[in-house]
Design a protein around this ligand. Structure first.
Ligand code: ADP
Length: 440
């Protein structure tokens, strides 16, 4: 009996082992061999009568139990194997995708340690980003932004891991070990698990050198073209002035009106060329300010006198005048105010007045230009200060312009450490504000 129990115990262990090792096939083969062995024992021991019946019965029961166990364990083993294989395939597929993506990829763990990069990143950087590099502590190559050298803490991926927020469209200039300069656009974001915990961070690095080169060439072209246009247009205006003086003697109304029109159009052309030159100077960093102390009120008064058309009902009213001295580039501020008032005239009807105010507020000079014209919807308030942006809905289409004025104004004010903004609603007029630091 003890030997019988031992045989049952060993067979059960063997069935379990082979089911675990080889799955259903292993389990069933061991079960068949075991059952065959039991019959072999019955046969060699010459069981007969009651013994034979109970031996066959016991073998049948054991065969069923072994079959069930082999089936369950074998099926579990095969399911787990298939799952692991699928996971491995999935990982392999993901690896291949990451490696073959046409953008540079950096993946770091939640502590900012680089865990994975891809081939494209190596091509962009000109060298491999070492695995295990700690973001925020070391920069493998020199990085610049707007001409300033950057320390490792400015890494977008590090910043994203630090704040938990995505960092979008940061542009950098890289100095590669082979001496080549590369412009990159970088996006970074953190990865959360299902419980919202940060488990990793990923960064996408795009090589935008070609695009940047093209932009530089385009800026150079605009700069050159506007310079070339400036000289003939200035001469043209001088000739028109001379011609006007000559024509005056003949007192011919029609000719002098035509000449006035030619002069106006030439002045408009001059303004456009100057705007183009300013945009190009802003782009290439060649804009220089000549700062001096001056009275803002006097400047505004002078501008209004120049822009007020006495033949039209629209009045440019200068109210709330406070005596304010600022330290700024007078000509550039003149351009900003002129642009705001010109826009106010352009985007409102001729019978609606324009109101200009200047005051001191919290240690700053605040200038505002208010009109009662077509107004600007809230979603456009930021965009209108972008380069070449124009609102293009049906009411706006009829107005001429290139969308450079507000961009130039914003850049001028920004470089004077001031701010510019608009308060407006569609159809309810607009008030543009800008601030300038007061004279120290
Ligand atoms: P431009 O007037 O040459 O188109 P700007 O940069 O001066 O370019 O203005 C950008 C856009 O902002 C304009 O196209 C216009 O849609 C809107 N805008 C500017 N000033 C006003 C204003 N006072 N009222 C309504 N819309 C305005």
């Amino acid at each position: 009996m003890a030997v019988g129990a031992y045989v049952i115990y060993v067979s059960a262990v063997l069935i379990l082992y082979f089911s675990f090792r080889d799955g259903l096939r292993g389990g069933y083969i061991t079960t068949i061999i075991t059952v065959a062995y039991y019959f072999y024992i019955i046969y060699t021991r010459h069981y007969s009568g009651k013994n034979l019946v109970s031996g066959i019965e016991a073998t049948a029961i054991l065969a069923t139990i072994y079959g069930l166990v082999a089936g369950i364990i074998g099926w579990l083993k095969e399911t787990i194997d298939a799952f692991i294989e699928r996971e491995a395939d999935e990982r392999q597929r993901l690896q291949s995708i990451i490696q073959q993506l046409p953008v540079g990829i950096i993946i770091a763990n939640s502590k900012g340690v680089v865990e994975q990069t891809n081939k494209q990143l190596e091509i962009i950087l000109g060298s491999k980003l070492p695995r295990g590099l700690v973001l925020g502590k070391e920069n493998p190559i020199a990085v610049e932004q707007n001409g300033k050298k950057l320390s490792p803490e400015h890494s977008p991926l590090y910043q994203s891991l630090l704040t938990g927020k995505p960092v979008k469209n940061k542009e950098f200039n890289l100095h590669r070990p082979d001496g080549k300069r590369v412009y990159v656009n970088v996006n970074a974001s953190v990865v959360h698990n299902t419980r919202g915990k940060v488990i990793a961070g990923a960064s996408i690095v795009n090589d935008i050198t070609q695009q940047k080169d093209l932009e530089v060439r385009k800026d150079d072209f605009v700069n050159m073209a506007s310079h070339e246009l400036k000289t003939p247009v200035t001469s043209l205006k001088l000739y028109i002035d001379a011609l006007q003086r000559i024509i005056k003697k003949y007192d011919d109304d029609r000719v002098s009106r035509t000449l006035d029109n030619i002069k106006n159009q030439t002045e408009r052309l001059q303004e456009l060329i100057n705007d183009l030159l300013d945009v190009s100077r802003l782009q290439t960093g060649k804009l220089h300010f000549k700062k001096e102390v001056f009275e803002l009120n006097a400047l505004i008064q002078e501008i209004i006198e120049g822009l007020q058309d006495d033949n039209k009902p629209q009045q440019i009213r200068f109210i709330d005048k406070q005596h304010v001295s600022v330290y700024a580039d007078r000509f550039r501020i003149y351009q900003v105010i002129t642009n705001l008032i010109t826009n106010a005239k352009k985007y409102s009807s001729e019978d609606k007045d324009i109101i200009v105010r200047v005051k001191r507020l919290n240690g700053k000079a605040v200038v505002s230009v208010q009109d009662y014209g077509i107004g600007i919807s809230k979603d456009q308030h930021k965009k209108i200060f972008e380069k070449l942006y124009q609102v293009t809905d049906a009411t706006e289409k009829t107005f001429p312009g290139l969308g450079m004025g507000l961009y130039i104004s914003k850049e001028f004010i920004k470089r004077h450490k001031g701010t510019i903004w608009v308060e407006s609603e569609k159809g309810k007029g607009a008030t543009f504000y800008f601030t300038l630091p007061l004279q120290k």
